[in-house]
Design a protein around this ligand. Sequence first.
Ligand code: SF4
Length: 404
Amino acid sequence: MEASIPLSPTDPAHPSPDQLVDRLLASGLRGRGGGWFPAGLKWKAVRAEEGEPVVIANGAEGEPGSFKDRYVMAKRADDVVRGLRLAAHAVGAREAIVFLKGSYNRPADALEAALASAGLDGLAVSLRRGDDSYIAGEETAVLEVLEGRRAWPRPKPPRPSAVGLEGRPTLVQNVETLARVPAAVDDPEAYRATETTFVTIWGDVRRPGVCEVPLGTPIRDLIEKQGGGTPDGVGLVFPGGPAGPPLGPDEIDTPLDPDALRAAGTTLGAATLLVVGSSACPLAVAASVAGFYERENCGQCPPCAVGTASLARILRSLESGGARPRDLRDLGDVAGFMSGHGYCAHCRAAADVATGLARRLADAVEAHMTSGGCPEPGRRHPDPFAPASTERAVVEAAATEQLR
Ligand code: SF4
């Protein structure tokens, strides 16, 4: 992530705002908050608006198991601040805010130190902390919190680029994305040719934690080389944690790449890669994901609040063997209704994940319905997405070590 362009906009060698946008577009850098949207297009959209723009560095990472953003803030704080300065210059902002969760003390200390030692050339940067809820990391929920309200996502459109913080054009950019900006604008071609990404690998692996790997690394390599392998063999892999349906053991040669994973029917999301061993009941893990969506919806959109509860109930009854054939039909109907609704992606993602799970685990579903319960009683029934799960406790312990 080393870059050589001068950081002060007053330096004659510093690229102009238009050059910065062009370089970022040429680098192909895509947002690491989960959406993988081209960062240069976001910058361009904010630049096109009238008004006093503001930049928000979003470090309010909240996906279960993930700590790659905390890692970037703690270990690459200088890069985050450099990226923030370049972004502010590109969109014409004189104000920037770094937003992170209230419990992220180590990242906050590192960012404060980086801000104190950086010459900010008149850019006013403040560090703000919100609560630890998952939904408080959604980009428009961040705006609500910064305006003093509860973390409820806003309906879109309008996008924050047009109507954001206090109605101003607002660039909300994930902290890992910002940390990549200096290298991306410094040499776009080299960046594109050697692009890496941070991944949190957790679950049934010997070495959970954060690593940085080239985009396109086969998931199998990641599990074996970075994660140290799976003691009982791979059963399922959720490349984006709860954000998409899992891959089976026959699909783990898929590259860790957002487009390849979309083609495989899932998503990379925030690269929160959960490995589930072959001794676990797959329907227990399916019910665990559905429980995450039920628990974390903010409650303001009835299709999401009611739909996530229905999906969780159906998946729990599939796991326990109490489901009837009509429950499967109901699952499809509920998911179909949900997919067109919701102020944020939570509602649609819950629907996609539930239908993807039902399709991918069709054999397990049938076996559970035929047996009236888990056909292999010796299997583990983990709940990895639960707040107090063993899997989350183990990866949090790894985070404590890696963030030192
Ligand atoms: S879709 Fe769900 S999580 Fe998103 S705003 Fe609506 S109720 Fe809240």
